[in-house]
Structures are given as structure tokens and as C-alpha cells.
Design a protein around this ligand. Structure first.
Ligand code: SAH
Ligand code: SF4
Ligand code: F3S
Length: 447
């Protein structure tokens, strides 16, 4: 490759989960330290980082089509951008990307992106650089301070996964479970609040597996961390995602009943409602144990909203087994859900299992499942009508004077009034649709 002029502008495109969004923000902060700024809207960037997701086949394929598009746009503009591939596809298929896509200068895994500046230096010399090491904690230590963001911020507290569900690539792309130290997290949360955050969502592939030592040297879990963060003045709301049913501690359940700033919302994927399928998935829990766990959350916080993830068409799934998934959706009455067709991922045990389900059956099951989920979501929203709650204002709506924000139960709420982004307002929920609610403004709680 020819030596390149150092980039002055960048754009990060993050795909996949919220942890990638967090990583994308942190890469931006690293680049800002070098004086590289975000490319203005509508303009080509000198450096494009594709922060990729490997979870399903379609997500992974996007990388190559995006690289193709970037190269074509660069030709048209007479200047090819420097292309970096980060994230989980970089981790899983780094060498393949380098071989297949000569336009890519940098391949950097999710645990190595703190080394991006050095890699840019190498790219400037005309070298192509790959780094897919996994020094997770070293990465966090090497990152610069947090910068100003919107009122709702992400904070990665835990990374990696040791669960090895038989369909999933995450344990391979993100590595083993690690918890960031308590003191680092308290410090980063303070920085986020100073930068304007009113709400922090704690992130982890298995966020409730987080464990650490508090200021007094006591071992604490996520519930203890949340209690400590709730003491930060100016931080009004705390959320966390994604939880795994097997790492749930009493302390976290109790926090839902006791910590006012902890929002009444729990994302707890179950994947299937059938025990044979759950076993084949290596989920290590049953439908029954999952339902009992939810009962405990509801006992601690009766208005808690539940959301989940589902996979339809796991190898060998029969019609009767799929019907158990529909039943568990009815039983839990989720406020929201993500549902996916099973996607065989290279290197995972399920990819070579017998009984792979034909696509048309998967399509049909997904449609039925999504219809059922939609019914419960609408019912949940309708049941909220008449409630008065706080809404964190996140952005302007489409109409004049209209604002959009989130209810404590993570519903999108729109209302009209004189406001600013970051205000916490009191709103009475007045009308419900499947994906949002209309509210009537009562008063501003904090400004
Ligand atoms: N750690 C979380 C989820 C991480 S991945 C948990 O265990 O719950 C997010 C979601 O993607 C999963 O919950 C699952 O529903 C879905 N998913 C993961 N691998 C998949 C695959 N091979 N095919 C289809 N969906 C998948
Ligand atoms: Fe993947 Fe299972 Fe780990 Fe979730 S718990 S990240 S689904 S292996
Ligand atoms: Fe995708 Fe990696 Fe997240 S595979 S879902 S970006 S952990």
C-alpha cells in the first residue's frame, strides 16, 4: 500500500449490540485526542471505521458490501478513505478480511482498539495492520476521558461470555468474562454525569455476572455497584443490559425494590420456551426456572417491565416445541422483545447439528412469534395509559414543539411543550400505539 496522508476526519459506523455503540464512542474519543474530528454530515470522512457484528450471518455479510460501497464512493470523490474494520467480525475473520478486501488498512478486534492510534501511524507508512489480541482490562486503562454526549449514556462494566450457548459466537469474539474494577466504574460514571448524562445504562454481554470490590474491600455484585452509582448527584436514572438468567443474585433483585434511580425494566432473554431446545442450546436453565426468577423480580418491583430475546428454528425445533415459545410469551406478557431466525455460525456446535430447519418454516414461525409479541407490547402500552411518570427528554420530535423521550419502562413517549434535551419532565400517558405513547406534560422535574 502507498503511504497515506494522516486522516483529519472520521466516521464510525457501529452495528450490533450496545456494547459496540459504546466501543464506537470510545474510538471517537481516542481519535479526538489526535485532533481527528467527526466528518461533517453529508461529507466523506478520511477514515471510516466499520465497527462490526458477527452474531448472525446477515450482520457479518454487511461488512463486505459496506467496504465495496466505500471504495466506490471514494473513487467517485477521487479520494479513497482509510478503511478500518473493528468489532466482532474483525475478531472472528480478521485474516479473511485482509485477504478478501485490499481496501482495508486496519483490522482491530473489540479488545484491542485502544491501539488504534499506533495502527493509524502504521497505515500512514503504507502498512496494513491487524490486532486481535484480547487484553480487555488494558484497553479500558488506556482509553482517554469521556466527552460530552446526550442525556443517556452507556457504560461498559463487564465484557465477554463464558456461557457458550451452542448457537452463539460471542464467547469467541469477545473472549472470557471480565469485570471492570468498581473504582474505575464509579470514576467513569462521575465523568459521564459531569459531561451531561442524566441516565446511565450499564452494559455487559452478561452484565449481571459483574463482580468487584467496593470502597471498603467488600465483594459486591451488580446490585452493589448500582447502589453506589445511585449516590452520584445529578445521575437520575440507572439501567443495565443484558442479563443472563443464571447469574442473577438476590442483591440485584432487592435493588429493584429499594433503589429509586434503578428503572423498572429488565431485559432477560430466554431464547425458547421449551426445555429440550434450551438444553440443546446449552442455556443451563429451564422455562420453569426462568418464570420463577421473573416472579421474584415482580415481587420486588410489581410494575417492572420485561423484555426478552428469542430464537426460532433452532436445529431440531418441532412445531410443538415452538408452541412452548409462544406460551412463555403469553405467560410473561413482555413489554418488548427481539426475535430472530436461527443463523448457523461457523465454529459453533449448533451449526453442525442435525435437523436444520428450512427457511420457510423459520419465516413462518418468526411471523407468528412477532405477531404474538406485538399483541403483548400493545397491551402493555395500553395498560400504561393514565399513569403519570417521568420522561427523560432525548430529542426533538418531527412536529413543531414536539419532544421525544423515554418512560421509566423504556417506552418512547412524545409530548408537546417548552423543553430542552436532558430535561426530566412529568407526563401523563394519554394514548398508546404499538411502538410509542402520547403524553400530556405536567411539569419539569429537573432542568
Ligand atoms: N448475552 C445475551 C445476548 C447476546 S446476543 C444473552 O445471552 O442473553 C443477542 C441475541 O442474539 C441473543 O439473545 C440471541 O437471541 C440472538 N442470537 C445469538 N446468536 C444467534 C444465532 N446464531 N442466530 C440467531 N440469533 C442469535
Ligand atoms: Fe451468547 Fe449465550 Fe453468552 Fe449470551 S450467554 S452471549 S447468547 S453464549
Ligand atoms: Fe454483535 Fe459482537 Fe455485540 S457479535 S451482538 S457486536 S458482542
Amino acid at each position: 500500500m502507498k503511504p497515506q496522508t494522516p486522516p483529519q476526519t472520521y466516521r464510525v459506523k457501529s452495528f450490533g449490540c450496545q456494547m459496540n455503540v459504546y466501543d464506537g464512542e470510545r474510538m471517537g474519543e481516542l481519535l479526538a485526542e489526535r485532533g481527528i474530528v467527526p466528518a461533517p454530515e453529508g461529507e466523506e470522512a478520511d477514515l471510516v471505521i466499520l465497527n462490526t457484528c458477527h452474531i448472525r450471518e446477515k450482520a457479518a455479510e454487511k461488512v463486505y458490501s459496506d467496504i465495496g460501497r466505500l471504495v466506490a464512493a471514494g473513487k467517485e470523490a477521487g479520494k479513497a478513505p482509510l478503511v478500518a474494520v473493528a468489532g466482532c467480525v474483525a475478531q472472528a475473520e480478521g485474516e479473511e478480511i485482509m485477504a478478501r478486501a485490499p481496501a482495508v488498512s486496519i483490522v482491530v478486534g473489540p479488545q484491542a482498539y485502544h491501539r488504534l492510534p499506533e495502527m493509524l501511524d502504521r497505515a500512514a507508512q503504507g502498512e496494513r495492520a491487524t490486532d486481535t489480541d484480547m487484553p480487555a482490562i488494558a484497553k479500558f486503562d488506556a482509553l482517554p476521558a469521556r466527552r460530552k454526549r446526550g442525556p443517556s449514556a452507556f457504560l461498559t462494566v463487564q465484557e465477554g461470555c463464558d456461557k457458550f450457548c451452542t448457537y452463539c459466537v460471542v464467547p469467541y469474539t469477545r473472549g472470557a468474562e471480565i469485570s471492570r474494577p468498581f473504582s474505575h466504574l464509579v470514576a467513569e460514571a462521575h465523568k459521564l454525569v459531569e459531561a451531561g448524562a442524566k441516565e446511565i445504562t450499564l452494559l455487559g454481554q452478561n452484565v449481571n455476572a459483574w463482580a468487584g470490590e467496593d470502597e471498603k474491600g467488600r465483594t459486591v455484585g451488580l446490585g452493589g455497584l448500582i447502589r453506589r452509582l445511585a449516590q452520584i448527584d445529578g445521575l437520575e436514572r440507572i439501567r443495565y443490559t443484558t442479563s443472563h438468567p443464571n447469574d442473577m443474585e438476590d442483591e440485584l433483585i432487592a435493588a429493584h425494590g429499594e433503589v429509586e434511580k434503578l428503572m423498572p425494566y429488565l431485559h432477560l432473554p430466554v431464547q425458547s420456551g421449551n426445555d429440550r431446545v434450551l438444553k440443546a442450546m446449552n442455556r443451563q436453565h429451564t422455562a420453569e426456572s426462568y418464570l420463577r426468577l421473573i416472579e421474584r423480580f415482580r415481587a420486588a418491583r410489581p410494575d417492572i417491565a420485561l423484555s426478552g430475546d428469542f430464537i426460532v428454528g433452532f436445529p431440531g425445533e418441532t412445531e410443538a416445541e415452538f408452541a412452548d415459545t409462544l406460551s412463555i410469551v403469553d405467560e410473561v406478557r413482555y413489554a418488548a422483545c427481539f426475535s430472530f431466525k436461527y443463523s448457523p455460525r461457523p465454529g459453533t456446535p449448533a451449526a453442525t447439528m442435525e435437523g436444520q430447519i428450512p427457511p420457510e418454516i423459520m419465516d413462518e414461525r418468526l411471523q407468528r412469534l412477532q405477531q404474538r409479541i406485538g399483541q403483548h407490547q400493545l397491551a402493555f402500552n395500553r395498560a400504561s395509559v393514565g399513569k403519570t411518570c417521568t420522561v427523560l427528554v432525548e430529542r426533538k420530535g418531527r412536529h413543531e414543539g414536539q419532544w421525544l423521550g423515554k418512560s421509566p419502562w423504556l417506552q418512547s413517549v412524545h409530548f408537546t411543550g417548552e423543553h430542552a434535551i436532558g430535561d426530566l419532565v412529568e407526563v401523563t400517558l394519554a394514548e398508546a400505539g404499538p411502538n410509542s405513547l402520547g403524553g400530556i406534560l405536567r411539569q419539569t422535574v429537573t432542568v
